[in-house]
Design a protein around this ligand. Structure first.
Ligand code: EPU
Length: 349
């Protein structure tokens, strides 16, 4: 009989496990690979832990991090019915590899989300999105391991409350369990999503492969590779403002990019706001704003999380004083006790 023993490490450095390359240590990290190991997680530890995927949207703000659980379940299964490919992927599968697997096997829909860093299990938490598609559009249900009951249960797509960079898992269920599997439903009748700026340049015939190639080309041109320039993708969310506020701002800045929302509100481009505030390419000490996409912050010299937080607060202040708009971070801030928020940690400059 093979007995599985969960990998556990103590006093463990997280510097290579976060794409901002911030130095931080956890007292204890657990790597559960299956349900049995998930059930072995001590409740005293899960009560105050942080669930870490590939660390591409996480900023450890202090030198000491909380207890970490790094779910390590792998595997992909494919089923189908007349209308859909039904694909179940375990949480620790790499997101981009999963997109490649789907597209290379003739299952389409996720091609606009190619090259997004991170894991399959983290994707629904912030409902990753790019080039006109959000992952929630293709999720049928999610399997969840609940720390308190130590049981698995399923959440339907509606239960998940997907919204722009948001979901139930980031809200009410935050820190209360683990997404073990994501179940996708990809329609066999494929429909191209090709209206986003840049994708409309693709020559016909428009194929999923052509969209994926273009998305990869656009991303590679603007978004730095974390191994070379440590970053966490978009650092802030694109702010949503009222129509009134937008109309006034647009008079002053007629070329400002904007996206009208179904409810009448208007989403603005945070990268544009930061650039207009004069900060594109700006660098202070070891932290800076990327030269090609101002929504990306770079930790050039592996500085402490607090320095990145201070820099982010400085950007927020500049954008607030120029536009009277508050930028909310997309990146998650983790203090020594777990999730925290930028306003409490921020040092105003
Ligand atoms: N812009 C500027 N200056 C900049 C950056 C952008 O003027 O420095 C302008 C662009 O010219 C464009 C508009 O702002 O008119 C939007 O820029 P872009 O298409 O690059 O997208 P984004 O709104 O900055 C969002 C997502 C990205 C995603 C892209 C493509 C958020 C917070 N970010 O960025 O997601 O890849 O759209 O769909 O919604 C991520 O979440 O980590 C991420 C990279």
């Amino acid at each position: 009989m093979i007995v599985s023993v969960m990998k556990i490490r103590t006093n463990f450095s997280l510097q290579t496990l976060n794409s901002l390359n911030v130095p931080a240590n956890t007292p204890e990290i657990f790597f559960p690979t299956n349900l049995e190991e998930l059930s072995e997680l001590p409740q005293s530890k899960t009560a105050k832990c942080y669930i870490l995927g590939e660390g591409t949207n996480t900023l450890f703000c202090e030198k000491s991090a909380p207890v970490i659980i790094k779910p390590s379940l792998v595997g992909i299964e494919v089923f189908e019915n007349e209308a859909f490919f039904l694909i179940s992927a375990a949480c620790a599968e790499n997101w981009h590899d999963f997109v490649l697997f789907c597209v290379n096997n003739g299952m389409y829909g996720l091609e606009n989300l190619a090259l997004i860093p991170g894991s399959v299990g983290a994707a629904p938490v912030q409902n990753i999105g790019a080039y006109g598609v959000e992952v929630g559009d293709f999720i049928e249900r999610i399997t969840w391991f609940d720390f308190a009951s130590q049981k698995l249960s399923d959440f339907s797509k509606t239960d998940c409350q997907f919204a722009y960079r948001n979901s139930l898992f980031k809200q009410a269920l935050s820190g209360r369990g683990i997404i073990t599997h994501v179940h996708f439903a990809l329609p066999k009748a494929w429909q191209a999503v090709d209206s986003y700026q840049g994708l409309n340049e693709i020559d016909s015939p428009i194929t999923p492969q052509a969209i994926m190639a273009k998305v990869m080309q656009l991303r590679q041109a603007k978004l730095p590779e974390p191994k070379q320039l440590p970053n966490a993708g978009s650092f802030f969310k694109n702010p949503v403002v009222t129509a009134d506020f937008f109309n006034k701002l647009q008079k002053k800045y007629p070329s400002m990019p904007f996206y009208k929302q179904a409810n009448g509100a208007v989403k603005l481009a945070a990268g544009w706001l930061i650039e207009q505030a004069g900060l594109k390419g700006f660098r202070e000490g070891g932290v800076g704003v990327h030269e090609k996409q101002a929504l990306v912050l770079i930790n050039y010299e592996g500085r402490l999380g607090q320095e990145v937080v201070d820099f982010a607060c400085f950007i927020q202040d500049k954008v607030r004083s120029k536009f009277n708009i508050n930028l909310d971070p997309e990146v998650r801030f983790i203090g020594s006790d777990g999730l925290t928020d930028i306003t409490r940690l921020g040092v105003k400059k």
